[in-house]
Write a protein that binds this ligand. Sequence first.
Ligand SMILES: *Cc1c(COP(=O)(O)O)cnc(C)c1O
Length: 956
Amino acid sequence: MSQNTRPSLRELEHHDAFLERHIGPNDVEIAHMLDTIGHASLDALTDAIVPASIKSAAPLALPSPVSEVEAIAQIRAIADRNQVFRSFIGQGYYGTHTPNVILRNILENPAWYTAYTPYQAEISQGRMEALINFQTLCADLTGMEIANASLLDEGTAAAEAMTLARRSSKSRSNTFFVSRGVHPQTLELLQTRAEPLGIVLHVGDDSEAAGLDAFGVLLQYPNTFGQIHDYAALSDAVHARGGLVAVATDLLALTLIAAPGEWGADIVVGNSQRFGVPFGFGGPHAAFMACRDAYKRSMPGRLIGVSVDAGGKPAYRLTLQTREQHIRREKATSNICTAQVLLAVMASMYAVYHGPEGLIRIATRVHRLSAVLAAALRSAGVTVGPDFFDTLHVVGIDADAILAKAEAARINLRRIDAQSVGISLDETATRAEVVVLAGLFGASIADIDALDAATADALPAALKRTSTFLQHPVFNTHHSEHELLRYLRTLADKDLALDRTMIPLGSCTMKLNATAEMIPVTWPEFGNIHPLAPASQTQGYKALIDSLEAMLVECTGYDAVSLQPNSGAQGEYAGLLAIRAYHRSRGEAHRDICLIPDSAHGTNPASAQMCGMTVVVTKTDANGNVDVEDIRRNAEKYSSRLAAIMMTYPSTHGVFEEEVVEICEIIHAHGGQVYTDGANMNALVGVAKPGKWGSDVSHLNLHKTFCIPHGGGGPGVGPCAVKSHLAPFLPRTLGAEGDVGMVSAANFGSASILPISWMYVTLMGAAGLRKATQVALLNANYVAKRLAPHYETLYMGRNGLVAHECILDLRPLKDATGISAEDVAKRLIDFGFHAPTLSFPVAGTLMVEPTESESQHELDRFIDAMIAIREEIRAVEEGKLDREDNPLKHAPHTATAVCGSEWTHAYPRELAAFPLAVLRQQKYWPPVARVDNVYGDKNIMCACIPIEAYKETADA
Ligand SMILES: *Cc1c(COP(=O)(O)O)cnc(C)c1O
């Protein structure tokens, strides 16, 4: 090679850049696609789409892109600044062994972590089975009739229990009693949530509850100090006054003590963290809610249920899912959207792996170690509270002196007050640790086995568990590693996730979740840190959080960021609370109107509702833009009461509205604040900044734009970003000062997944982030353009271009042929695709957001499928296919249906299964045919399917 043509070192290294892997199309494809849509360059395309009034003048002030090797080295240095001590702090978080088979095959497996929320039932049967196992686990252990598929954390679950009790209680009281025995973070959450809703909290000793006029009570069992109380009489007294009994509990303890459902609880919440999910500095973990059957229709969060498919086989689906998709908007009682699916799957598999006997063995060992430690302490004259499972309340000691000794031994205990500490043991505790713990208090254990033999259990005799649980075969079959490994593989194989196909969902930004971004998540330096570990041990987390906050400030143009909210909806709630507190601080507490365009995501009105605001819905014009005149009219009409507008930008209709700056001015002129829903930041990063065009606050979805995988419906991180005047009103941390309380149970929400977004920004750098946005715009416009001869795109912005997503209008085709958007969505499954977003924000449409990570090859594959489907619709139109008996109406087609000995359809089997020749090489077979939605909502069944149900259909 001659000197002149040889590439330079710099050029060679450029091709190692991560951003070239993150962004799907290469430069040749980009040029071709630009050509297809008629633009000369990415910059020219951006200029044609994004209004000049909002475009950033300067590039992002972030470093240059780096390689994966370099980024991992950087985060390694950050991780090493955390110190992993042994934490016996408890307070809702306990050490746990994640079974390695679960670690590698779920938490580190893209088949599980890149899945989407199971709205498309037919391609989500595997993860829904895992979730129904979770529901069964929670319902069985709590002794309740029904449980949901996870909530965000124990604190918010308790707050949801409070509002569920209020909706369901016969009492007219406005008071909710909270036991002093609940975890401090739970109490904080209840305070945050109660006040805007006008609920009065009465915090007191358990004995006060019986005589109080309250719509409900919250007890903790075992309580935060470890004690187990008998609440049967108290429950009766509460019920007698028409109140409901909510209980926060611990699943592991419930394997040994009577289930709350057996002594009178109506609603039970808790955290499943210690079922194999590491501390992670506070999250993510799956909380749960279980309740009596009577309340199932007003339960928050998602519920997996059993229905039947078109062939009469049992099939899972999201029960009452239309309710959740629209989150009941203005009538909402909860804003839960993203929850904690991946963590719920892990916890459920922990139970599947260990089974009921294994769980009892683990719990018993923890209890025995605790009892032995208590005995040793008592024999040394130290006072320990009675009736515990795993947590000792050690009183009458010099707490700080003990903590100093503990620290020297690299041990964390809970400081309760100057004279007492808490010690919570867990499944990772060893005999040697118990000896060391005893030593901290001057107690010695000479022969731990002898002490064990001589020490009685400390569980109250009257509250020993006698009922069985987890009797379903799924919890009694997969106890060997091979069995579990194959069960996990079987479930994953039923599903479509990003490891198999693009997931072209509008609004949800299913982009690449790179392996390098995921790697730090399972490092012990991030995973094994208790959320209440002393600051001296969490300097790595502090550096990571400070750095990520600064990155997000730079990307958004705001001044301050809170990483506490653990979902987008929680970020909305935090942002609206900040607005509310700001108005109050200026003597304008009466401002309570929140304008929300009708195209908004359902969580927007739901969050406003939870802040005690009144929602006024504004119109959208024929072009899909928010109607500025309607906003102006309403801002004037409610001028003195105007609190805020919540708008999504670019809009949920996939359009960059030109008037966004003007809208901000109108709202500000009337004393309101502008909330920009940042779920669509993938169209903005590096191109425009909401904080600079007049918006006051946004939430971001790090699980959309910033690469945290969707996990099948969580975990998420929903940072709240604000301008400086709102910064004092961001949520406080536990025990800190501040006008606005905590919105998540942990100070930094889902802390252990923050490395993912940090890695993404570090890898991409300023240049990569901007290019990603530009290619996201390019990909969406390429899809819209190539499908234009076949499908109408509903809304376009300037120059006939869309933003980062496009809405395909199927309504004219439905009118002409009877083929619906749902039929197209289901037919895509036969082509091996996950469907686009169905009927949101406009009924009868499909919304496609390809993201920058899809290569031209994958886009073309999708486009080919959509064109082939259009041809099938045309065949229906022309009478070549029957209007009812056609492959669209009967999609998706299972292998059982296609290979059956009988084939009665009016179209050939081949067309059913292999509508394109390429499918012969690579075929996804859906495990069930189209799932019956109506049946599932009429016959709500939310626990593991009895084996007999399958036998019946096999015989049929
Ligand atoms: C996803 C989304 C939300 C809600 O975010 P979660 O993390 O699911 O709570 C809010 N608004 C829009 C526009 C969204 O797309």
